[in-house]
Design a protein. Structure first.
Lengths: 350, 82
């Protein structure tokens, strides 16, 4: 008879223990943006709700922002980084295909040899990370898990295009998830819709960039032409109308299901923390969901812009700084973006 | 149940009024959504989704850009209902 294998002892519950953040110093106003695109402060505010966005300077790299947010989250959790059982970074802007940002982050904060990996789920990345961390903690695979959403989107935009670039900002948010005596993270509603793979994404691939570079060895003028046509460095684009429709009406269904599966009513929520994509999306979602007046709605986008994977933890951090009384209450968080992908949970706020 | 063009126009006018506060009488067949009614792309999507529910039709994303005037939308909805 073969021996019986040891397994991780299961845990019943997990929760978010703490949140950390980093917002870079450079404030990019709508007036600044209007140097690059033919628009106005009023037009941008009316269509997006954005008043300014924050972007990192050339010296501040994605990993620096991730580290700052992670250190704050770990400190606030009251643990040592060496106690982390996994380090997860959700990002689409780490400038290396491999190795991961997470392995470097784990080393920088003193979490080595914790398992470390990145998640590529764009604006849903943070919620994907929370789903993973919840599963890791409850399965007993890890006691504490660090989830960081970090983006330096200013590295992959073309300031002169007008579908998405003017919305975007840089930043990082982090949470530590650990064991709990009571349920702190509901069943995740997460998924994908690759039929709309083209709705948000890069103009072209790294292979296309390589081909231009190789071709330019024979014909240096190729580089100038590609640069002029914005075909050199790949940058982000979106089909705004398609994304808006999906983000509001399809995501409202996901949000409703997350609340329903959590076994609560919308009136039980104290906060709604949606991905900060566009204020019009947020306001329309609130309308579709019929959220009661008392529910705090995150509108961090006004000053932070859309920071993709960082936007929900940044919004959570602001919510708790400005309204500490929300701590311990239930928040619905939902991320959605390029893939298309989505993730939502109801969480107990740290 | 299929609606007449007049019923569709009246229904669309209500939806436009709800979304933009434009008077229902301004919503006429020959009016351009963008140029005459000053409806932006995001409001247009909201109007499309509301119209889908009201008239029980599907208006695909790729069709929305072809709906330049109120008349285009009325014609599309009438055909989709037929």
């Amino acid at each position: 008879m073969s021996p019986t294998l040891n397994e991780n002892p299961l845990r019943e519950h997990s929760r978010i223990l703490s949140v950390g953040h980093f917002s870079p110093d450079v404030i990019v106003t709508n007036e600044d943006v209007c140097q690059w695109i033919d628009s106005s402060d009023e037009w941008i505010r009316q269509r997006t709700g954005i008043e300014s966005r924050r972007r990192a300077d050339a010296q501040t790299q994605l990993i620096d922002m991730a580290e700052a947010a992670a250190r704050e989250a770990v400190e606030r959790a009251g643990i040592q980084a060496s106690q982390l059982g996994a380090v997860i970074v959700s990002t689409v802007t780490f400038p290396y295909v491999t190795p991961s940002a997470a392995a470097l982050l784990a080393e920088r904060i003193g979490a080595t040899p914790a398992p470390a990996f990145d998640i590529s789920a764009a604006c849903a990345g943070y919620c994907y990370g929370v789903a993973q961390a919840d599963a890791l903690v409850r399965s007993g695979a890890a006691e504490y898990v660090l989830v960081v959403g970090a983006e330096k989107l200013s590295d992959i935009i073309d300031n002169h295009e007008r579908t998405i670039s003017f919305l975007l900002g840089d930043g990082a948010g982090a949470v530590v998830i650990g064991p709990s005596d009571t349920p702190g993270i509901s069943k995740s509603q997460w998924g994908s819709n690759g039929a709309k793979w083209d709705a948000i994404g890069m103009t072209h691939s790294l292979l296309d960039l390589r081909d231009i570079a190789v071709g330019a060895q024979d014909d240096p003028s190729m580089l100038a032409v590609a640069q002029t046509e914005a075909k050199l460095w790949p940058t982000l684009r979106q089909d705004g109308q398609t994304v808006f429709r999906w983000a509001v009406w399809e995501m409202a269904k996901v949000a409703r299901k997350a609340v329903e599966d959590a076994g609560i009513e919308p009136s039980d929520l104290v906060a709604f923390l949606p991905h900060q994509a566009n204020l019009r999306i947020i306001d329309q979602m609130v309308k579709e969901l019929g959220l009661p007046e008392h529910v705090y709605v995150a509108r961090d986008i006004k000053e932070s812009g859309n920071t993709s994977a960082a936007s929900i933890p940044l919004a959570m951090h602001r919510a708790l700084e400005e309204h500490p009384e929300l701590s311990g209450g239930l928040a619905l968080q939902i991320g959605f973006g390029a893939g298309l992908v989505f993730g939502a949970q109801v969480v107990v706020l740290p | 149940m299929a609606s007449t063009n007049e019923e569709i126009l009246a229904g669309l006018a209500e939806i436009v009024n709800e979304e933009t506060d434009l008077p229902v009488e301004d919503v006429q067949m020959d009016k351009s959504f963008t140029e005459d009614l000053d409806i932006d792309s995001i409001s247009m999507m909201t109007i499309v989704v509301e119209a889908e529910g009201k008239f029980d039709v599907k208006i695909p994303d790729e069709e929305v850009k072809n709906l330049k005037t109120v008349g285009d939308a009325v014609t599309f909805i009438a055909k989709a209902q037929a």
